[in-house]
Design a protein around this ligand. Sequence first.
Ligand code: ADP
Length: 483
Amino acid sequence: MARLGIRKYSILFPLIFSVASSVISEIIAYNIVHDPNAVGLYIIFVNVIAILYFSFRDSVQGGYIVTTISIAYYLYIIYARHYTGNQLSAAIETTGWLAILYLAIASIIGFLKKTLDVIFIKEQESRRIAEEGQAWLQTILQQLPVGVLLVDAKGHDLQGNRQLEKILGRKAHAYLEVSNYKSEKTTKNGKALASKEFPIVRALVRGETIRAEEMEYLRDGDKEVSLRVNAAPIRNKNRQIIAAVSTFYDITEEKELERRKDDFVNMASHELKTPITSMKLYIDLLISRIKESGDEHAMKTLGSIKKQTEKLQELVSDLLDVSRIQTGKLQFSKEEFELGDLIQETIDILGETTRKQTLEFKIKSPITVYADRFRIYQVLTNLITNAIKYSPAGSTITIDVKKMKDKALISVADQGIGIEKDQQKKIFERLYQVSDPYEKTFPGLGMGLYISKEIIRRHRGTIWVESQKGKGSTFYFTLPLKK
Ligand code: ADP
């Protein structure tokens, strides 16, 4: 049995064995028992055993070699013992029958052995492939720069890679029972996360796929780390969940950097605000003085300085608003006002800055909304400025207001460059700008729509865009009519 699965069949060993056994039996017959006919039965028995053994050991070829040598030896006996008459014909007949029997045994056993070997080798091969695959997977898993946690269907067998242990500060098997998750250790938005809300548990139990969920984790009892976690169920062919996998990224440094950046922007914009306000006051003062002197050139220069200062002031004010949104400090003072009036005012102010596009707005019936007038002015300014910025000279920008149940629907439509479908949600994200090599000429920081979205959201309204690349965009937002 030990030779099962070995493909190298020996020729030499069965050959040597059967020649040797024939020679030995001749020696015994002539020199020990002194009866040349005494070997008959004994040698038949020995040869049957040898054929059985060698056809199993060395497959068909082993059995055939022993058979050939045995039959040759029997023929030699017939020749050497000088058989005659009946004895000769009986001996030849017996040898013939023995040859058939030996061949049959060698063929059957040899064939069986060969089949067994093939099966055994195939099984060994598939086991080797499976083991190699496992080793591969293990190596990849261990080398991955992200923490990976795997759990079986029952939630008992947990496996993790080195990075996971590094991130969580403990071995993966310490999570052996899902109920052992130290829920108080993990928080999301400052609240303790119940173990059933863990991404890997949700993937395993509810079949959810979780992408980039952020949470905090208390490592070694005192060090808070920020994690970005993904999780997904693993299903078999019948779509049954057989395991779940979760990946962990340590984003503590990323978060810290983001916080420092936000702090810096907040501080810098606060610091800039006061000097710019004073600058503007001085410029206004200078303008009123120069006006009296009638110096046209100085007036023009001061006018330009004033415009640039106002732009700077807007930028700083946007930066401050972004900071306020980040820290939840954006304040509103709501009142009832006539929306058409505000839109007209905005158009009048912005119309002065553009002579290239026509701003179209026809008020149909008055619509009173309940909102922060200044903040809505800010939203309108942003949308109309963008429409001016991203559309060609000679085109028309249409502003419209409609009543919709308990809401007012405002739209700003342009015939400009438009926005690709996959960018239409992203443009409302903080500091997001559509990157297109041909559109690099438009200045801006990608704050306007982010601020507008937050302002509208805080008014329980919605803001969105409908657009077709190259054809133009229409921005919509809603506002409540009453308190
Ligand atoms: P900014 O205009 O300062 O870059 P916004 O937040 O106002 O920032 O806009 C974000 C991005 O959305 C812009 O950079 C621009 O790519 C795109 N966008 C906004 N309005 C329009 C518009 N009317 N037409 C085409 N693209 C627009």
